[in-house]
Ligand binder design. Structure first.
Ligand SMILES: C[S@@+](CC[C@H](N)C(=O)[O-])C[C@H]1O[C@@H](n2cnc3c(N)ncnc32)[C@H](O)[C@@H]1O
Length: 797
């Protein structure tokens, strides 16, 4: 189901803020016109402020039997295929005080509308979980008072998770401390509830923890935690592992390690489960702890070395990874597999040092699955500098002269979510109060994913929280500060090593997320714009790429192989020049670009293209947009030509060559003429056919000028200027455009010109992607077959 249909299904759904009071929150509906939606969101923010100012008040006590049975009932009644909607940027709490500095609070002394600063709630789970938008359960405090608990964002509990999996993470009887809990009134049967948004606020304990030592639980548990052994927990962990439930496995091994911290087999297994979760620092900690033991056999030492090596490899520390693999040779192991890893390390070092990538391999991998594992991050001659007039105060500058097509950045995402990662049946969207937009499921899930990656890789806190979080937050430092976090390898995953400020994290994701549509998808579906209208779009957060500022006429462009982002120069860039990338599709109309940029830029865009459009005048821009709409439905060439002339007239005569709408409409006319020509081919004389075909080619060549490509139509050599890549077309679409010109020359039996346009396409792939011949065929092979020119291209390249 696409977003548009989902929105229409939700047309009449009322969004409830989750609070019950006389002062009702404004209603939001995802298909409200964007201006109205934005103003309702502003009203909602004010409503939240008023709620925040409400005086704390006591809540009636919850009835134990009643709320336990409510949970059980909603668990059994839950339907599949639910539509969930949530809010990004609404007030959320997180604690940054260590548990040891907090004092305990009981449920009966908690107040509604209040964050219990300086306090923690010691509680025990007394009902199985129900997965609604949050994971919901019932907890009791030592006195036996009970309350509903809603946990948002906890890893492995997202949309589509089976109840029994959440039960394995948090079985009935689990003891936890909730740091600085927020107590609210809810709509679900009016029960007051504790809401946890930041996963670092939860500390999972057991009865041996000092905090629990003098605690007497007032009520016996109906189903107490099964008393179990280290071996038993290893078995349970292994079963979860075999099913691919990595976090469940981690929890089981961790429960075993609580019983015996020296149970190194559990720690070894946990290291592997952490690797699968991409929690590399946790994996490294476990593997190195095992390696430091004198009590392990050589097979286990070998395994520990391998797991440490892999964690280091995925962290990008290739030399340390090599050392560990080399050390492992002293023990046992599969020689072929180790050869493969040494080879990978060499490839990564080559990528890292020289920016040389085997794009054909990476492309092949990305077609199979979007999350690319084996690639190094690369940074060319660029650095972050302070630029005070930019939001966030920074930008990226060239530290040397840069050539057209030169790769500037290759970056893996901090986290990425693709439609294929989403559960099939449940639907999710969010009202984003930071950007004033409705976010689709991938973007919504990305926030939890980023939180999870931070939780599992706490050393990344400094870099992540140094990203721009919008004007409401203090400007980040020019360079990330190194953040200290407690190295609590033993306590993790039951206690987070860093405090996670969920509101700031939501703002960071909202201000910096990209939609990494892979290049092959954009080529075969006819452009990123079309793809985004049709389906859920992927969403990802990149750390370094988030430092680039925007221009609609940028000097660099970005594209993606799976979730790997490549930023490369669109023209030559001088040393010291700022490097820009586009945040919106540059081929959009002036209005579309301004609308798209509203969520990114505080003021209007001041790039060269917007300045030129503004100089043409608002009414001309509006008219141009209307004419572009009209031209799509022109049914005769006369009509098309008339509209084309009118579009031309919307540009002021003093404007330069860059007139993107003319590119698209001239090419459109060429296509229409060719289609007519195809139908009437048999009735035309050869010379009429030739002159009409020539006309269509001339239109295509003239169109190129309007996106900044100078044509040197000559029988030999490259027919195009190679000083820039136009930002109005993706590179693969540009190569496809050149190939279509080659086809038209073949129709004229002008082989030499056809050869030069094939070479132009080959130049685009070589200079634009750093791709070789095999990459050319991978990227464009299907198109060559469709155009029936594979043999011809073979003879040229
Ligand atoms: C992804 S961040 C870019 C890096 C940011 N400048 C920083 O210091 O972290 C996006 C934010 O940068 C600012 N920005 C981007 N392009 C800009 C431009 N052309 N002019 C002014 N500010 C810009 C906006 O505030 C935008 O929300």
């Amino acid at each position: 189901m696409d977003l548009a249909r989902l929105l229409s299904m939700m047309n009449n759904l009322e969004v409830d803020s989750g609070d019950e009071s006389e002062d009702m929150p404004p209603r939001l509906s995802p298909d409200l016109p964007s201006d109205q939606l934005r103003s309702r969101m502003e009203e909602l923010k004010k409503w939240h402020k008023r709620q925040n100012d409400l005086p704390p008040c006591a809540a009636p006590p919850s009835n134990r039997a009643l709320i336990q049975s409510q949970r059980l009932r909603s668990r059994s009644e839950q339907e599949s295929g639910q539509i969930w909607q949530t809010f990004v940027g609404s007030p959320k709490n997180h604690s940054s005080k260590p548990l040891e500095e907090l004092t305990t609070v009981s449920i009966s002394s908690m107040f509604l509308h209040k964050v219990h600063k300086g306090q923690y709630l010691l509680c025990r789970i007394v009902a199985p979980f129900v997965r609604l938008l949050a994971s919901q359960t019932v907890v009791e405090d030592p006195s036996g008072a009970v309350v509903d608990l809603s946990i948002y964002n906890f890893p492995a509990t997202g949309p589509g998770t089976l109840h029994k999996k959440i039960d394995s993470l948090f079985p009935v009887g689990t003891i936890m401390a909730i740091r600085e809990p927020m107590f609210k009134l809810g709509t679900q049967g009016g029960n007051p509830f504790i809401r946890v948004d930041s996963i670092s606020d939860i500390v999972i304990l057991d009865e041996h923890d000092s905090i629990c030592s003098n605690v007497n639980w007032g009520f016996p548990l109906n189903s107490p935690l099964p008393s179990t052994s280290v071996d038993n927990l290893k078995e349970i962990g292994n079963k979860h592992f075999q099913r691919g439930d990595w976090l469940l496995a981690v929890f089981a091994y961790s429960r075993g390690l609580r019983l015996d911290k020296d149970a190194f087999l559990l720690r070894l297994n946990r290291a592997e489960a952490y690797l699968r979760l991409s929690y590399y620092s946790a994996a490294l900690f476990d593997a190195e702890t095992v390696m430091s033991s004198n009590l392990i056999d050589s097979k286990s030492r070998w395994k520990a070395l391998w797991r440490a090596a892999k964690a280091l490899y995925f962290q990008g520390n290739y030399s340390a990874a090599r050392e560990r693999f080399e050390e492992s040779r002293k023990f046992e192991g599969d020689v072929d597999e180790s050869k493969e890893w040494f080879q990978r390390i060499c490839q990564r070092e080559e990528e890292l040092k020289h920016g040389r990538f085997d794009w054909a391999r990476i492309f092949r991998e990305s077609v199979k699955a979007p999350h690319i594992q084996h690639i190094a991050e690369f940074r060319g001659p660029v650095e972050v500098r302070s630029l005070p007039d930019r939001g966030g105060g920074r930008g990226v500058i060239a530290t040397a002269a840069i050539e057209v097509g030169q790769i500037l950045v290759v970056g893996k995402p901090f986290a990425s979510v693709y439609p294929s990662d989403l559960p099939g049946k449940e639907r999710l969207l969010s009202f984003n109060l930071v950007t004033g937009t409705v976010d689709d499921a991938c973007h919504t899930v990305l926030i939890s994913k980023v939180m999870e990656q931070l939780w599992g890789n706490p050393e990344s806190h400094g870099a992540l929280f140094n990203l721009y979080a919008g004007a409401e937050y203090s400007s980040p430092a020019e360079l990330p500060e190194s953040h200290s976090f407690s190295s609590s390898g033993i306590q993790f995953p039951f206690k987070s090593a860093v405090d996670i400020d969920v509101m700031r994290l939501e703002a960071i994701v909202s201000c910096n997320a990209f939609s990494p549509i892979p290049i092959e998808a954009s080529l075969h579906l006819g452009g990123a714009e079309r793809l985004s209208q049709q389906t859920e779009t992927p969403s990802a957060l990149y750390l370094f790429a988030s430092m680039f500022n925007h221009s609609c006429l940028p000097n660099a462009m970005w594209f993606c192989f799976g979730d790997v982002m490549v930023i490369s120069a669109a023209r030559t860039i001088a040393e010291g020049e700022e490097i820009y990338i586009p945040y919106v599709t540059p081929s959009g109309s002036f209005k579309e670009r301004q609308d798209g940029l509203r969520k990114h830029l505080p003021d209007e865009c001041r790039c060269e293209l917007c300045a030129q459009d503004r100089a043409d005048g608002v009414s001309n821009c509006q008219r141009r947009e209307q004419l572009m709409e009209k031209i799509k439905s022109a049914s005769t060439t006369q009509q098309y030509r008339r509209l084309l002339t009118q579009i031309e007239e919307t540009y002021s005569s003093s404007r330069g060559n860059i007139r993107p709408e003319l590119f698209f409409s001239k090419h459109g006319l060429g296509e229409m003429l060719r289609s007519n020509l195809k139908q009437s081919h048999a009735q035309l004389s050869k010379s009429t056919f030739r002159s009409r075909m020539k006309e269509t080619i001339e239109l295509d060549l003239a169109a190129l000028k309007n996106i900044g490509v100078a044509v040197q139509d000559q029988p030999s050599g490259l027919p195009i200027s190679t000083d820039c890549f136009p930002s109005f077309l993706s590179r693969e679409s540009l190569a496809a455009y050149y190939l279509s010109i080659a086809v038209n020359y073949l129709n004229l039996e002008d082989n030499s010109r056809a050869v030069s346009w094939v070479k132009a396409a080959e130049w685009v792939v070589r200079a634009g992607f750093g791709g070789d011949k095999s990459f050319f065929y991978l990227l464009l092979g299907k198109l060559l077959d469709k155009m029936k020119i594979r043999d011809f291209v073979d003879s040229v390249l």
